[in-house]
Design a protein around this ligand. Sequence first.
Ligand SMILES: Cc1cc2nc3c(=O)[nH]c(=O)nc-3n(C[C@H](O)[C@H](O)[C@H](O)COP(=O)(O)OP(=O)(O)OC[C@H]3O[C@@H](n4cnc5c(N)ncnc54)[C@H](O)[C@@H]3O)c2cc1C
Length: 457
Amino acid sequence: MKYDVIIVGAGPGGIFSAYELKKRAPKLRVAIFEAGHPLDKRRCPIDGDKIKSCINCKVCSVMSGFGGAGAFSDGKYNITNNFGGTLYEHIGKAKALELMKYVDDINVQYGGAGTKLYSTTGSKFKKLCIQNKLNLLDASVRHLGTDINFIVLQNLYNELSDKVDFFFDTPVKTVSVKEDGYLISCDMGEFECKNCIISVGRSGSKWMESACRDMGIATKSNRVDIGVRVELPAVVFSHLTDELYESKIVYRTEKFEDNVRTFCMNPNGIVVNENTNGIVTVNGHSYEDSAMKTENTNFALLVAKHFSEPFKDSNGYGESIARLSNMLGGGVIIQRFGDLIRGRRSNTKRIEEGLVMPTLSATPGDLSLVLPKRILDGIIEMIYALDRIAPGTANDDTLLYGVEVKFYNMEVELDENLETKYKGLYIIGDGSGITHSLSHASASGVFVARRLTPDAE
Ligand SMILES: Cc1cc2nc3c(=O)[nH]c(=O)nc-3n(C[C@H](O)[C@H](O)[C@H](O)COP(=O)(O)OP(=O)(O)OC[C@H]3O[C@@H](n4cnc5c(N)ncnc54)[C@H](O)[C@@H]3O)c2cc1C
């Protein structure tokens, strides 16, 4: 079978490529190969009862399958060039914003109507933050919530299922360059296409690296973000979250002049485990449905670690730190802020007696045995800085989960069309290293689909 376009990976990047291709050129023959399951078969076995922690499934249903890593996420679509990736460096700021807004319109049309679009525009918190040496980054954010995000994905799948050939549970092994296109090989055999869009996300990072090596496509990598997830009573942050939902705040530490930032804020949400290549780290999300809301808000505090020559394996560094927490805690470690400051590990009794009821079952421990001093000092400084705009952040009972690691894919050399040195071979989404978010990954998919259909209206 010869396709006009084969898409590798059915995350937001792949889905929005397919959606836009079929919308603009319905006659195109398009196939999507996806390593994970269809949406309705994606189920993480952790039930908190019989299976309490990650059992390292062959294909992780949290990270893989229709909807990609974002399927069970909080569905926060940030419309901004200030974070979430550097797509704008390739396609320009105006185009990137236009495409993110277009993606937002589609999400609203396919089930997201009624969800709220928050914005920092004109917010009084900008001034409050600056007065306290904190920088609130400008953004609009559509919060779909885990439940509505799932419905949007279901609707997009229904839209595409009879227009696109889907191959689930079919990891692509190799992509080879042919004279007139590409040969995609997987367990089911070999498939030809004229154009190929690779959108393998974070879970496909190792595969992407070797594919680039095999095809001689240049890559670079030098960053990993390391930190903790903070959980506290929702009322502490409610003045910010009610107005902005998610606030991206950056603080420059006095001691080392490092930037510490808030990331992935989940008002009334839950803290969850995340498994990346067998290493358990922490993440969070929240539901739109009020029945699923908790009394707590959680967010990450991350410090970006950039490396220079000769060290290249920034993700390996992050993995080693995460492994250390897994070694000490058998998974994620939880510690009260008061215990951390007093230099003692947390124990079950102190956590149970605290004001904040943890939403994730994790092992009480000591994060100072895991995180490098410079990173830990930065996080502690930031907690005190946040306490000035949200009093209560630095309370003894505030919970810290560790570690949270934000891995970055190595950045692939692409031109302004997101095309590799091979004509017709595009790399988009988080797998390209230039996006790190739902909105940027989706926008990159739309962008390439439009490049491939220049004659459509
Ligand atoms: C728990 C969690 C919560 C998150 N919350 C948010 C949020 O609220 N807002 C936000 O902006 N971002 C969030 N993110 C990040 C967001 O999900 C990603 O940025 C986004 O999904 C990237 O889209 P993508 O299409 O590039 O890649 P992915 O979504 O990772 O999809 C890639 C797909 O490719 C498949 N694949 C990989 N290798 C192969 C192969 N060899 N052959 C075939 N298929 C392959 C994978 O199985 C996967 O399904 C969250 C991530 C997680 C894990």
